[in-house]
Design a protein around this ligand. Structure first.
Ligand code: SF4
Length: 416
């Protein structure tokens, strides 16, 4: 059996480094201007080089995503991007447009090429078409069951990758015009409302996620009156899909011939990426040995922000079980990341949400490390090392504690 690979999202350089540190075998990051998370991925080439070098220093891999559906004006820009890619030396590229993939194969004959889930590959004949133009790996459509994945495996030697965790669309893996429609000014809905002076197209990586909005009924002559639509006690989030979680099905996916397991979430927080990476690292290591996934690992998926979980199409559930009627569920707040120990017991923090020295907090780290730090066991300091009771969001500072912490540990607090 080929070596299994856990691949995690790198929405930016810091998230990528954290994902590698928390157990990912590889990370994927959007190449600026060409990925499906255009809002997240606007960083200079030097940063991309830094993450690429860091992945290689750790003997891990990095893939650049070029998974937009290209229009004619993208082609010369793509040629330029491929030239830059030669110097950056990623381990592979991820594409969804056959024209771009074919061009990448001709320009970079030796590079590893993956076909994005955005290409909606649902059968082995389509796999063969992509193989004929140079693909090495197929990231299957999220609409396949485990049996269908196995049938694809039986007909191809190409590497197979599936999404195992994260947000999913109510449409066919992102083939959706809702965002374009709702941000087009000539259709009567202002695009400025979404903070952007342009139409935001899902297939160019710029979705505003209208499927997550709460909808109401408006009568033509009384547009200021929004009548609630109450299909049931949850209201009207009928377009919003629950998040995918296949943690309990990793062994079945391995048996079906999947080699690469992907976590979605380039727009998610550092905490989300780190926590879900360590969870799936633990899950995959256990599943590979044929062992049951522990309750501690299973429980951890509920400690990041999520919309409820389903097994999607992979292990189909009946009827409305896949729809999220609740919006986001959040039980823990991400507080800070440890940047290093500056003197024994004194840790430099990067603070993301304010917290105080009278709270019970928790430190987490790679390998399912979870440590409670009760009030009284830590004290807080500002960046001049003056003692304070509360440390504020976006202020760097220090924490003194008898608990042994490490660089990249994350501090969080239970909120309900
Ligand atoms: S609007 Fe929703 S379903 Fe459509 S592409 Fe965006 S996230 Fe997916």
């Amino acid at each position: 059996m080929k070596k299994l690979e856990l691949t995690s999202p790198a929405g930016n350089i810091e998230k990528g480094i954290l994902a590698l540190h928390y157990g990912a075998d590889s990370v994927y990051i959007g190449f600026p201007g060409f990925s499906l998370r255009s809002g997240a991925e606007t960083f200079p080439m030097e940063e991309l080089q830094k993450l690429t070098d860091e992945a290689h220093r750790m003997n891990k891999k990095i893939y650049y995503a070029f998974n937009i559906f290209a229009h004619n004006q993208h082609i010369p820009l793509f040629r330029e991007a491929l030239e830059k890619t030669k110097d950056l030396k990623p381990d592979g590229l991820i594409l969804s447009d056959p024209g771009l993939l074919s061009l990448a194969r001709k320009t970079l004959p030796d590079i590893h090429l993956s076909v994005s889930t955005q290409a909606n590959i649902t059968n082995y004949e389509t796999v063969n078409v992509w193989k004929s133009i140079g693909a090495d790996r197929i990231i299957l459509a999220r609409e396949l069951s485990i049996d269908e994945i196995k049938q694809v495996r039986d007909h191809t030697e190409l590497e197979l990758e599936v999404f195992v965790h994260g947000a999913i669309c109510m449409s066919y893996s992102g083939r959706c015009l809702l965002s374009s429609f709702m941000t087009a000014p000539e259709l009567g809905m202002t695009h400025h409302k979404f903070g952007s002076p342009k139409i935001r197209q899902a297939n160019l990586g710029d979705c505003v996620q209208p499927c997550r909005f709460k909808y109401a009924l408006v009568e033509e002559n009384r547009r200021d009156l929004a009548f609630p639509i109450e299909e049931d006690q949850w209201g009207t989030y009928v377009l919003s899909a629950k998040d995918l979680c296949l943690l309990e099905h990793l062994n079945e996916l391995i048996q079906a011939g999947v080699e690469v397991f992907k976590i979605e979430g380039r727009m998610k927080s550092l905490y989300y990426v780190a926590d879900m990476t360590r969870v799936y690292r633990a899950g995959l290591d256990l599943a590979e040995k044929g062992e049951k996934i522990s309750q501690e690992v299973l429980d951890e998926v509920y400690k990041v922000s999520h919309r409820g979980y389903s097994t999607g199409f992979t292990v189909p559930e009946p009827g409305s079980k896949g729809a999220s009627y609740t919006g986001y569920i959040k039980t823990y707040q991400f507080l800070a990341m440890v940047e290093g120990e500056t003197e024994p017991g004194l840790y430099k923090l990067k603070v993301f949400n304010a917290f105080s020295d009278n709270m019970e907090i928790e430190a987490i780290g790679p390998g399912m490390k979870n440590k409670k730090i009760e009030a009284g066991r830590f004290s807080l300091y500002d960046k001049e090392k003056k003692k304070i009771e509360t440390i504020r969001h976006q202020f760097d500072g220090f924490m003194k504690t008898d608990e042994k912490l490490s660089k990249y540990d994350i501090l969080r607090v239970k909120i309900e």
